[in-house]
Design a protein. Sequence first.
Length: 615
Amino acid sequence: MTSTFFGLNIAASGLRAANAALNTTANNISNVNTKGYSRQTVEQEASDALRVFATYGCAGAGVDTIAIERVRDQFYDVKYRNNAQLLGNVSQKNYYNKLVEEYLNDDGTTGFSSLFNKMTASLQSVMTAAGTTESKTAYISNMHAITEYFNNVYNNLQGLQADINSEVKLCADRISSIAQEVASLNKQINVIEMTGTTANELRDKRDVLLDDLSKLVSVETKETAIIDETQPDRNTGATRFQIWIAGGYELVDTYEYRKMICVSREDDGGTGQNDIKGLYDIKWGSPSFKDGDDVSELSNFSMNSKLIGGELQGLLAMRDGNNAQYFSGKTTVVDESSVPTKVTVEVTNKNLMDMDKCFIPETGSIHIGAKDYKYDGWEYDGYNTYTFTMDEESLKSVPDNNATITIGYSNDYQGIPYYLQQMNEFIRKFSSEVNEITKSGYTSDSQEGIFMLTGAMDTNSAAQYSYEQLTSESKNKGYYKLRGGNFTVNSVLLADADRLSTKADKTEGESEFGNLTKLKDMFSTKKVFRGATSGEYLTKVLADVALNSSNSGTLEKTYEALETTIGNQRLSESGVDEDEEASNLVKFQNAYTLSSKMIQTLTEIYDRLILQTGV
């Protein structure tokens, strides 16, 4: 038989449940605009019925308030984060592609096409103005303006690469910071949930961090319950929470985390002729690692992985994107007898057999087999073989024959290195064609012609490469030493315009302009760069950057629209709806009122029973 006050206990349980629901509703309403907050609901179930030994057998015992739980759909979380890493990737590409496009665009005055047209017009003026010194000076000055254009664009692109490089470090540091915060939250969550309650707000904070992390890099998470080995049936309340990024790197394992560490390449450890000094390589390290510690024991992060995702992948694509053109081959001879050691490498990539397209630095870092070395110089046989002179200090062990050798890594996006290499390729081919004509001609007073285009040996001095250094002394390297950053006009011509070789025939008079006619014809008909004439250089390169910019822009809009759609779907599940909460407020208020009324009714019954019947 039930207690006399059994009904009062039932009503009290309803009152407590309604009170908990009202408080939860108040919390939801208070956080209606809180970022990352998940709507909470009170989980309740009917209390176990009591056997009362009456004809009806059992009597209901009220309601139990089990927990206050978040309303969260992990399916939408996964979809949102997968889209976020795609959006982060293309947004970085789109932003920097537009900057590259801005640097290359012709504004009608200072762009390549405008300058080239001025140069060819001034060349025609030399021929129509009877080859006056003034007309020659104007022509050489306009050619010099073209070289300065390439200097400026080259420096701008390198400056852009430096900005991206800094952002790579910021991105890596942010990933490490998020990992530390998540590990700390994991500990707090377990401490609370081992008492039997749910750490809703802390879980929301963790999910916000995971959303932020997914914009930076691809993310995969897993949460498993921790079992008490001595009592397998006991629920400890604690969980093991793991995060993997970039397709398999474990960033967090409950309370432990890893740091993503950026290590600046040494000045003699570059992998690209056009790269700025100090580009960052990414390593994995423990939380205790700090600046200045030995980096030799750190494990490498695979920067050529296509699974990195997020802003980090977009940044690496723009910073290192070489359109999959990088140095690779097989070692055929390791000559230990020579001092220093020489390593001969055979290549099969046709781009590596064309010095106009060469992009490896004169000294730098080289990967042979499974180890990294440094080299002090290299030679090319003009066909398919390179010979590297190894740096003896880095040669701790001798490389094996038939080992795979690489310089840099393959990044199939068209980023800064790609545009710099395209620029250099044009400069080298254009210079070769121009110099071949000017060197073979004669001045108006029948002196031997001199070459027109060269490069500065050092940006801090006026020294320039001679024609012999660019050709015969370069040992099959051709115009390899010319780059956008050092491209210039021969200082002799800048100082004395009359040294311009105008005649093709030494015996002709001053008014013969056969050599200039050759130049003019070469400018307009010779296919110099990618099947196009010299003046069409910008058209070819701008087509690349415009296409990349258009693609990344279109994808960014697509992923932004998906982010909105998926975000709305997620909010429909976990977000706070003001109308719904208003409805809940009335519902739970009525429930509270009815439970109160029940207690009041039972109070009157007990009053009549106890005070007025004398029981």
